[in-house]
Ligand binder design. Structure first.
Ligand SMILES: Nc1ncnc2c1ncn2[C@@H]1O[C@H](COP(=O)(O)OP(=O)(O)OP(=O)(O)O)[C@@H](O)[C@H]1O
Length: 471
């Protein structure tokens, strides 16, 4: 009995030959399905996936070659061996061109058939792994250095080291730009799955309809535009880690499907009846309070408990004592310097966009500065003119809405609230290079609310324009 059974499909119209091959392969421990025609074989391929298929070339109705063509067209993934009574070089070449991986002439010994099937299975496995690696390389970035020696960050690093070796789901919560993805990668790098896929998806960055197809894949024809079968990220991450960013944005309608795959690893591509099993460690992140979302009915309670087995709260940058200086030194390229006044201003500022914002400010400063010295003049005015006292030195300060110790300079009373909001929203959008999902996260509002605000601002502008035109 083999220790490594092949899941295979044998398509042969001659009943005796088909059944004797199948019996022999089953006795060897392989998982064999049989079909007496091409049409029957295609039906089976819709229900199940196979590692290897053996097609007889000469069958009434659909020939082995036509069947191979259909498999190729429908992008059914399996290794195909063609079996023929008249093994000519030309037929072999045509079959290979159509994607067959091997060719066997009848009569062949059953031992030969098994050997060729094993080779095909191994080749298919390598091909899939190769494809998977390419996907992962194109999606993933190298592990990033976690800068931070503040007591709160030392605590975070300790928790990361504790949770990483388990294969349990982890929920990372924290404001936008605090490094949730960096921490997710650190967890994966310190886990037993470090050399396995790390695949990411950001639910806020994708339209609702696309999230399901990205996560679970789809079958050809499942919806307009589904021109071929596509594996989902759960399949791509199989054996490794899936990082779902902004999990709070996951449409309510999709949440049962996520719960199911987390519970028993089973899932189906959109439009497919075929049940697939995956083993994936989930790391989810959110900049919202998910328990509030549960209370508001936007997030299923059972899913919340499922993903919140281990949780980690990332502190905002303003609460990381001493880390602003470390991050400035880390991100300021050699041979740049920053003067004390600029450094102090950066230490006073409350960084609503956290580390991401700090990196942008440094990049901007190195573009604007003369020579290699960053001064106050090279910082955005809200930082250069910031009069805040850093949170660690301001226990008796007022606490602003975003939790920072904040004493904002009063604005001229003549300003309308809408104008202030518009200026701030457009400023953040500009900072995020027009990326609305990111801007919404920095602003702490839902993406759809940002769209509504932008529409309103655009509407106001139109009204203003038409008013001045009338005037
Ligand atoms: N501890 C850290 N040390 C150095 N760089 C960091 C650290 N944490 C985050 N960064 C950098 O800050 C930027 C934002 O980090 P990241 O994308 O992980 O944040 P996030 O919390 O996932 O943001 P969002 O909620 O917007 O998705 C990245 O460029 C990342 O490399």
């Amino acid at each position: 009995m083999t220790e490594n059974p092949i899941k295979m499909l044998l398509v042969e119209d001659e009943d005796d030959f088909r059944e004797s091959c199948a019996r022999w392969m089953r006795r060897k421990g392989h998982d064999v399905s049989t079909a007496a025609s091409g049409a029957e074989a295609l039906g089976l391929c819709e229900e199940e996936s196979f590692e290897v298929a053996v097609f007889d070339m000469n069958m009434p109705g659909m020939s082995g070659m036509e069947l191979l063509q259909r498999v190729h067209q429908d992008k059914i993934e399996m290794e195909v061996i063609i079996l023929t009574g008249q093994g000519t070089i030309e037929t072999a070449v045509s079959a290979m061109k159509l994607g067959a991986c091997d060719f066997l002439s009848k009569p062949c010994s059953l031992g030969d058939l098994e050997h060729h099937c094993e080779l095909a299975r191994d080749r298919g496995k390598l091909r899939r792994e190769n494809k998977q690696l390419k996907e992962i390389i194109s999606r993933s970035k190298p592990a990033l250095e976690m800068v931070g020696e503040s007591p709160v960050m030392k605590h975070v690093i300790k928790v990361v080291q504790k949770v990483a070796p388990t294969d349990k789901p982890v929920l990372i919560q924290g404001e936008s730009g605090t490094g949730k993805e960096v921490v997710a990668r650190a967890i994966q790098q310190n886990s037993a799955m470090a050399d396995k896929p790390f695949v990411t998806i950001n639910c806020a960055a994708l339209p609702e309809q696309l999230v399901e197809s990205e996560l679970f894949g789809h079958q050809k024809g499942a919806f307009t535009g589904a021109t071929s079968d596509k594996p989902g990220l759960f399949e791509i991450a199989d054996g490794g880690t899936l990082f779902i960013d902004e999990v709070g944005e996951l449409p309510l309608s999709l949440q049962p499907k996520l719960l199911r795959v987390l519970e028993d690893g089973s899932m189906r591509r959109i439009g497919s009846h075929k049940e697939r099993t995956v083993k994936v460690r989930l790391i989810a992140a959110t900049n919202r309070d998910l328990s509030d979302e549960v209370a508001a009915g936007n997030f299923r309670e059972d899913l919340f408990y499922r993903i919140n087995v281990l949780s980690l709260q990332l502190p905002p940058l303003r609460e990381r004592e001493g880390d602003i200086d470390r991050l400035i030194d880390h991100y300021l390229p050699v041979p740049w310097h920053i003067d004390d006044a600029a450094r102090d201003a950066m230490n006073r500022y409350s960084w609503p966009g956290n580390i991401r914002q700090l990196i942008n400010v440094i990049q901007r400063a190195t573009i604007l500065a003369d020579g290699n010295d960053v001064t106050l003049d090279d910082l955005p005015s809200e930082i250069a003119n910031c009069t805040d006292v850093p949170s660690d030195r301001s226990n008796d300060q007022d606490v602003s809405a975003n939790g920072s110790a904040h004493q904002a300079a009063p604005l001229p009373p003549s300003l309308k609230l809408d104008d202030v909001a518009k200026t701030h929203v457009l400023y953040v959008l500009d900072k995020e290079n027009g990326n609305k999902a990111k801007a919404a996260r920095v602003l702490g509002i839902h993406r759809r609310k940002l769209y509504r605000l932008l529409e309103r601002f655009a509407g106001n502008e139109c009204k203003e324009e038409s008013v001045s035109a009338v005037e």
